[in-house]
Design a protein around this ligand. Sequence first.
Ligand SMILES: [Zn+2]
Ligand SMILES: [Zn+2]
Length: 160
Amino acid sequence: MSVEQTHEERETLAVEVNLPGHAPRTETALFERTRKALIARDGGCWICGATDAKDAPLQSHHYPVERSLATAWDWPRFMRDCKAGAWGLHAQAFDWDHFDAANPYTFVDDQTVNGMLLCEQHHIGKDAGIHAMPHPLWVWQRYAPNGYKLSDVEIIHHQS
Ligand SMILES: [Zn+2]
Ligand SMILES: [Zn+2]
């Protein structure tokens, strides 16, 4: 099969990194409150546009700061980037003057500044989730044409 025709690619990416020690994962009141605010503001999954449903609640992906990495994060460097707009308008507008790197979760768990709405499939699903595939392929799901058969488990369908 030539590369000029649609062809299957099998990714064999294996990743081994040293994660910093961190407190066990908890869902804070701030996270849950701002997840709802994010749904009200952004509406649907960033990839496919699926909206929040009782049997398929939208999930909020910590972005750009993954929660488990917050204890090994160069906060002054990140703050500088945010203030310069590198991470978008919402992270730029965050109240950085009252931020204390000793408790980074005031930013990390605030999903209106550090969250991305995703359906379960595009969050953690095999061959589809941001936690489960290389980033270029993940982004492609937002821009591949409607009806494109991306994999055995996914035909592109943009809801908005
Ligand atoms: Zn989705
Ligand atoms: Zn996530």
